[in-house]
Design a protein around this ligand. Structure first.
Ligand code: 5AD
Length: 345
């Protein structure tokens, strides 16, 4: 097994069978071997720096009905909200004062935000914060809409591919959604010029080591600037309410593998990782991650953006929250930096 990790470290491609063997054959010893190498290579490119992204969850309306997500359209128990442009801008202002230089506008696929409305929000942020990166995470859109928002000033886009394999994709999504269309969106985004983030859930229902192998091969091929992965966590108002959550152990292992395979990629220690274990994000950093994405949404709406159960409330809207995060990273030998944190990939 160590041979496969060495191969990855030397930037050699693994075959599908090798990926499967590595993922299936992992054990604590191999994991430690992997994490050591992942930390080393991360240090070479990014030192001990941890980039922060301010997450603004601006709408929890979604037209989609994904089986895993608490914000799915069939969930009648969602307390819906939309943030106004003014509120979004004030979240940015708070974030800017706290040292954030990337704002991530994340939301469900909400038709209220037409191309005009969305472009107006993006260009308003762009004018006020010329030195900041604007990241969108608003799902599948037409090439035209992606292009328009890019021209309005957005630089980056996060769209997880969720799972590469189309039959696995079909087990997680209703029939109107497809893996092929999801992937087409990612290629569109790259072509337009966005810095792209993709990713998948670890331990989603019906996921096999073969599926994860295909995810790794897809990542290598797409070569995105960022890869977001986190454990699947059931939400009580979804068809997957009784499914098992993904594990911390497998998520950390996949993080290490991604870091070795793509040395310069931006790799967040996600909120979901911080939700399944109290020190999940710290462990993520120690497995090779180099980004954290605290929440800048107003406190009163934050409890309504519940894509899974027990989601942690990592609010840093206050200076204290921001300090606490800094302390936590400090305690494991890493430091939060105020920088746009563009990908070297
Ligand atoms: N558990 C973990 N992650 C989830 N996501 C959606 N629902 C869940 C869940 N129940 C992830 C998806 C999506 C991202 C915004 O959150 O991967 O792309």
């Amino acid at each position: 097994m160590e041979d496969l990790i060495d191969k990855l470290e030397n930037q050699q491609k693994l075959s599908r069978n090798e990926w499967i063997r590595l993922i299936q054959g992992r054990n604590p010893q191999i994991s430690n071997y992997l994490f050591q190498k992942a930390r080393k290579i991360r240090k070479q490119h990014y030192g001990n720096d941890v980039y922060i992204r301010g997450l603004i969850e601006f709408t929890n309306y979604c037209r989609n009905d994904c089986y895993y997500c608490g914000l799915r359209r069939s969930n009648q128990n969602v307390k819906h909200y939309r943030l106004s442009k003014e509120t979004i801008l004030s979240c940015c202002e708070t974030g800017y004062q706290l040292g954030f230089r990337t704002f991530v506008l994340q939301g469900g696929e909400d038709r209220y935000f037409t191309d005009d409305i969305m472009a107006d929000i993006v260009s308003s942020i762009r004018i006020r914060y010329p030195d900041c990166a604007i990241t969108l995470s608003i799902g599948e859109c037409s090439h035209e809409r992606y292009r328009r928002l890019f021209e309005a000033g957005a630089n980056r886009f996060l769209l997880r591919h969720e799972t590469y394999n189309s039959s696995h994709y079909a087990k997680l999504h209703p029939p109107e959604l497809s893996a092929a269309h999801r992937q087409k969106c990612l290629w569109d985004l790259k072509e337009i010029g966005y810095q792209v983030g993709t990713g998948f859930m670890v331990g989603s229902p019906y996921q096999t080591p073969e599926n994860l192998a295909d995810d790794m091969i897809f990542l290598k091929k797409l070569n995105p600037q960022m890869v977001g992965i986190g454990p699947f966590i059931p939400h009580h108002d979804t068809p997957f309410k009784d499914e098992n959550a993904g594990t911390l152990e497998l998520t950390l292992f996949m993080l290490g593998l991604i870091r070795l395979m793509m040395p310069k990629v931006l790799l967040p220690a996600t909120t979901a990782l911080g939700t399944i274990a109290p020190d999940g994000r710290e462990q993520g950093i120690l497995a090779g991650a180099n980004v954290v994405m605290p929440n800048l949404s107003p406190g009163d709406v934050r409890n309504n953006y519940l894509i899974y159960d027990n989601k942690i409330n990592t609010g840093v809207e206050s200076a204290e929250g921001r300090k606490a995060l800094e302390k936590r990273m400090d305690a494991i030998g890493y430091r939060i930096v105020t920088a746009r944190g563009d990908s070297l990939n």
